[in-house]
Design a protein. Structure first.
Length: 251
């Protein structure tokens, strides 16, 4: 068995990339939406289709709300589907002289739903790279891919051992690093560099002190409500939008 995807949107995206050896498992009598996935799989000419009973399907991924379909991508199982993995040094080496870029750095995000939502926004706002630490952070698993509605397959991802070291590598390649913190300057007034890295902190404690010390600017999102903070995935989406608005046009 290979990497498994569940969730209709994530499966639709997965089918666009699925290769030989992949299998779509669906529930018999699952309805029109399931049959649409079957037709998409058959059109690829690469994906086998197997129809199972509900009990058989649920035993493949116990305790998960699979909603009648599982896509097995084939090949070795790694816990996520065909992610575009790279390193910071490889990413920087590919940048052309004068080329701008947007990098999102996640410092200790532990909720897979938040990571999935951030990756979805990163795809929509054309982020060029997302960094996550390999320790004390959620990794890109099946839940993340599902929540991202398949966007996780399109956003380049770097899993790193030392965020501070990678921040310095980005700065050496012309990036200005903006840390998100409630005590920072208003993002409306920020003038984002062509090469920008935005750091989002953990859901509870925010950006770690060492990472914060290595940021070039600390910015905040002006708010006027009764609650003093936003969910980290919402905040990340707003700041990505602010970067794109600041630079006038989407990529």
């Amino acid at each position: 068995m290979g990497e498994r995807i569940y969730g209709h949107h994530a499966i639709e995206e997965g089918l666009r990339k699925a290769g030989m050896g992949s299998t779509l498992y669906v529930q018999r009598g699952g309805g029109e939406r399931i049959e649409a996935l079957v037709r998409q799989a058959q059109l690829t000419g690469k994906v086998a289709v197997r129809k199972l009973s509900r009990d058989e399907l649920e035993r493949m991924m116990p305790g998960v709300d699979i909603r009648g379909a599982i896509l097995d991508m084939g090949g070795p199982r790694r816990g996520a589907s065909r992610l575009q993995e790279t390193s910071v040094s490889e990413f920087c080496a590919k940048l052309r002289e004068g080329q701008g870029a947007l990098v999102i750095i996640l410092d200790g995000i532990t909720d897979p739903h938040n990571l999935g939502a951030i990756l979805r926004s990163a795809d929509q706002f054309s982020a060029d790279l997302v960094l996550i630490p390999e320790r004390r952070s959620v990794q890109a698993n099946e839940t993340v891919v599902k929540v991202s509605s398949g966007a996780a397959q399109y956003v380049p991802l770097a899993v790193v051992t030392n965020l501070t070291r990678e921040i310095k590598t980005l700065q050496e390649h012309g990036f200005w690093v903006y840390g998100a913190n409630m005590a920072g300057d208003g993002s409306y007034d920020a003038s984002f560099s062509d090469r920008t890295a935005i750091v989002m902190g953990s859901e509870g404690s925010g950006i770690s002190s060492l990472v914060r010390k290595n940021c070039d600017h600390i910015i905040s999102i002006p708010m006027h409500g009764h609650i003093d903070s936003l969910n980290v995935s919402v905040a990340a989406g707003i700041l990505m939008y602010e970067f794109r608005r600041n630079h006038s046009v989407m990529k």
